[in-house]
Design a binder for this molecule. Structure first.
Ligand code: SF4
Length: 309
């Protein structure tokens, strides 16, 4: 492979299936603790699987397993994926109750916790490390979104990149695999800023990265901003996006596993037609383009890229 794909099988020797769950957490950037209104691109309803509605966590796990089985997806075990909102935002007792309910399910082999970098502290990370030492898989995914404070302010993110850096380092210090989400194409970011992000992220102890094209969702503050100032947005089409990803991957540390390269939400949430392209199709296009350009992830990692390229 010309890039490092994320694979539970490679990491743990087993084929795990993620079960997205709704742990009932909220977000400090919506309830007024950090901010109000949330990140300007966010509509979290777009990421709630239908099977989670109105169910306890163990019922969601059963429904999620059933969902995958009915689609013929085989797995050696399941990982409870606390995905919606900020899944470490709450007191320790709440976190403990929700995570332990998932871990008590006989087919759940661990947790994947998606959260904001400003919603962890030493106590929470020590608890997660303790779960790992009980033999469960534990991974943490941080919403990085951008490495530029100017962008983070513009999208009303409510934390700085220093905060992200610290959370990632503290998590990795506890030997917990740590991933990040980065949005490609936030307003004000140029192509070269996006490519420089790869070098900055490579300096962090990340084990995985999910890359998402910016999807402008209906009814969000970002949609309004886009209507008013479309020139501030890169908005690459699929081919241009794939070329940008190739350039990005060339600069990225070669061992950082790539989990996703596209975000797709149900059609009711967006008018952007190419956002409906599936991950599998985009990955095929990425592999083809890496071959056509005879290049690979990490080609320019740690090296000054020749100016002619
Ligand atoms: S993207 Fe995450 S942090 Fe931002 S408003 Fe939505 S749930 Fe909160």
């Amino acid at each position: 492979m010309r890039y490092t794909p994320f694979s539970f099988k490679d990491r743990y020797g087993l084929r795990f299936q993620r079960l997205p769950l709704d742990g009932g957490f909220t977000c400090p950037n919506r309830d007024g603790t950090v901010g109000e209104g949330g990140c300007t691109f966010c509509d979290n309803r777009a990421f709630h699987p239908a099977y989670t509605a109105g169910k306890t966590i163990s019922e969601q796990v059963d429904a999620g397993i059933d969902f995958h089985r009915r689609r013929g997806r085989k797995a050696d075990g399941y990982l409870a994926y606390f995905q919606a909102f900020s899944n470490t935002y709450g007191p320790m007792e709440t976190l403990r109750a929700r995570y332990e309910e998932a871990l008590a399910h006989p087919q759940v082999r661990g947790l994947i916790i998606a959260t904001r970098p400003d919603c962890v502290d030493g106590e929470k990370l020590d608890y997660l490390a303790g779960i790992r030492s009980r033999g469960f898989v534990v991974e943490v995914e941080y919403g990085i979104e951008s490495v530029y404070d100017s962008t983070l302010t513009r999208v009303n993110r409510g934390h700085s990149f220093d905060c992200t850096r610290e959370a990632i380092v503290e998590t990795a210090h506890r030997d917990i695999p740590v991933g990040g989400h980065l949005i490609i194409g936030l307003p004000g970011e140029t192509r070269s800023m996006i490519l420089d992000s790869a070098a900055l992220l490579s300096d962090l102890p990340l084990t995985a990265l999910k890359l998402h094209q910016l999807q402008i969702l209906k009814g969000t503050a970002m949609e309004k901003e886009f209507r008013e100032a479309p020139d501030a947005f890169l908005q690459p089409g699929p081919d241009e996006y794939i070329d940008l990803l190739v350039d990005f991957l060339e600069r990225l540390r070669p061992d950082i596993a790539i989990g996703r390269i596209v975000s797709s939400v149900p059609p009711t949430f967006t008018d952007a037609p190419w956002g409906l392209l599936r991950q599998e199709e985009l990955l095929k296009r990425l592999e083809l383009r890496l071959e056509e350009r005879d290049t690979f992830q990490g080609r320019w990692y740690g090296l000054p890229k020749p100016s002619a390229l």
